[in-house]
Design a protein around this ligand. Structure first.
Ligand code: BES
Ligand code: MN
Ligand code: ZN
Length: 524
């Protein structure tokens, strides 16, 4: 669906002499009393030399301040090989040798987006000043550039009038043959492909991606990637006793699905289960949502899209860890067969749930999928979903909420920090659990008095009842960060962001580091 991402390359020649359409350099902002209005970041030396000392003054004249997110374009008029310099703001000069990883990632993203319509660009941004961080910094730039260039193809019949995405992004490095740098660059392109695929699915119109369509698309991609694929249709779900998925899904003319994707490499000793919410559209059911923002609920399958994309990336990255994805898919609609408040639903694990709010549909489908995942005896379980508006109220549009096992939550948080997808640990308190006691069933789906206190936590507590094995688990609520409704910023385009694909891939990487699994188990 997305127009193709730029190709990625490495180059170590003089940036001033590269035959490209544009060279991207970095600029830091300065205090008001500093001698110069801004400061060139490393990587820009030979460009500055070609401008014979006038580059900083010229950029300042064009309005550059070095603020993060700022882009200043300068025609080079023959001073260097490339006809265009793009100066991208990196904010204040960093205390360490290099800017923070996500500052680099965002800057590359901003520059790449500004270069739409351009063919080839060289990113001569600071990576060399800290040899230890160089591979990570190059990867951040590569990820940022590709993510920033992402465009959703969309549905305009007469063409969308946009300039086409940057065609090729080359990172300038001290040694283009450095093995660590090459490996990280390759990883960046696999990771970004997974993010772009997630964004595409989230951005797809909900009439084009109903549960059977989504299941077919995931199954086809999974099979092509060499994963084991299993799709349960509505009949199989009925036979299997998936009461939660059926309750939500049977209000729609497009029946529900449960897709299982498995990657099981020879010799893997550990197994990670990933579960993602796949509500292809959430009207709220008989607790119908207001019309004004309802369309955004086309993104209510972001968790499932991310998990599917992670599995596809895993098939390429081949970690020594078994990973299985479980994607419950349903459309939460209103009809004569829709579930209603007061219904009591028998879930996959046999627990009886009193439905109070048909808009709390995510936890119904996830609960079944989580209980099913536990039967495969994984060592870790991570579930992710656009579960509650409460997450957005508590933590905003950028920071996900993570609940569950305390130490595993910390691992998820740290992976998210490294990936530039922050998450913050949240508790699962007893009093909120008590508030979900039902008069008639084992548990209410939400607070029994519809009290919204601890709204996000209610979701986590409900899901905890369906972790039917003793293992480290976490619930990552991505209601806010999975969708960006504002103007493009950093490496985020408008629409799906691809959160938490990079977090989960980072977590998998960490779980496969020598000794790390044992470390985590010890800390539990
Ligand atoms: N999909 C929504 C949550 C959501 C809200 C996602 C905003 C993205 C942005 C979820 O199914 C929902 O409706 N949650 C309810 C739960 C409530 C009824 C207990 C909510 O958050 O209000
Ligand atoms: Mn809902
Ligand atoms: Zn929902």
């Amino acid at each position: 669906m997305s127009e193709s991402l730029p190709t990625l390359g490495l180059a170590d020649g003089d940036p001033a002499e590269q035959a490209v359409d544009a060279v991207v350099i970095g600029v830091y902002s300065q205090d008001a009393d500093a001698p110069a209005p801004l400061l060139l970041a490393s990587g820009a030396e030979s460009i500055a030399a070609a401008f014979e000392g006038r580059l900083v003054q010229t950029l300042a004249l064009l309005g550059a301040s070095g603020a993060a997110g700022e882009v200043t374009k300068l025609a080079t008029l023959g001073t260097i090989s490339a006809p265009l310099v793009v100066a991208v703001g990196l904010g204040p000069e960093p205390a360490g040798a290099l800017p923070a990883t996500d500052v680099l990632r965002r800057a590359a993203g901003v520059a790449a987006r500004a270069l739409a319509g351009t063919g080839t660009a060289l990113f001569a941004l600071p990576v060399a000043d800290d040899p230890e961080r160089e591979p990570e910094a190059v990867r951040a730039l590569a990820e940022g550039a590709l993510l920033g260039a992402y465009q959703f193809a969309g549905y305009k019949t007469k063409g969308n009038g946009r300039r086409p995405a940057l065609r090729s992004a080359t990172m300038h490095v001290p040694d283009a043959k450095d093995r660590a740098v090459k490996a990280e660059t390759k990883r960046a392109s696999t990771v970004v492909r997974a993010v772009a695929r997630t964004r595409d699915w989230v951005n797809t119109a909900p009439n084009e991606l109903r549960p059977p369509d989504f299941a077919d698309a995931v199954a086809a991609a999974g099979t092509a990637a060499g994963l084991s694929v299993e799709v349960l249709d509505e009949k199989a779900l009925k036979r299997g006793g998936y009461g939660g998925i059926l309750a939500v899904g049977m209000g729609s003319t497009a029946p529900p699905r449960l897709v299982r994707l498995a990657y099981a490499p020879r010799g893997a000793v550990q197994h990670l289960a990933l579960i993602g919410k796949g509500i292809t559209f959430d009207t709220g059911g008989y607790a119908v949502k207001p019309a004004s923002g309802m369309w955004e609920m086309k993104g209510d399958m972001a968790g499932a899209a991310a998990v599917a994309s992670v599995l596809l990336a895993v098939a390429a990255l081949k970690p020594k860890l078994a990973v299985t994805g479980y994607l419950p898919m349903a459309e939460n609609m209103i009809s004569g067969s829709a579930y209603r408040p007061g219904d009591v639903v028998t879930m996959y694990n046999g627990l009886k749930v009193e439905v109070l709010n048909p808009d709390a549909e995510g936890r119904m489908v996830l609960a079944d999928a989580m209980a099913r995942a536990c039967e495969d005896e994984p060592d870790y379980l991570l579930e992710t979903s656009t579960l509650t508006g409460g997450q957005v109220v508590a933590l905003g549009k950028r920071i996900a909420g993570v609940m569950g096992d305390e130490d595993f939550c910390q691992w998820v948080k740290e992976a998210g920090d490294a990936a530039g997808e922050p998450a913050w640990p949240m508790p699962l308190p007893d009093d909120v659990r008590k508030g979900m006691d039902s008069d008639v069933a084992d548990i209410s789906q939400t607070n029994a008095n519809m009290d919204r206190a601890g709204h996000m936590l209610q979701g986590g507590i409900f899901l905890s009842q369906f972790v039917t094995a003793d293992l480290p688990w976490a619930h990552l609520d991505i209601a806010g960060p999975s969708y960006h409704s504002g103007e493009p910023t950093g490496y985020w385009s408008k629409g799906g962001t691809g959160v938490p694909v990079r977090t989960v891939l980072e977590l998998i990487d960490r779980l496969t580091q020598p000794g790390s699994a044992a470390r985590l188990r010890r800390s539990l």
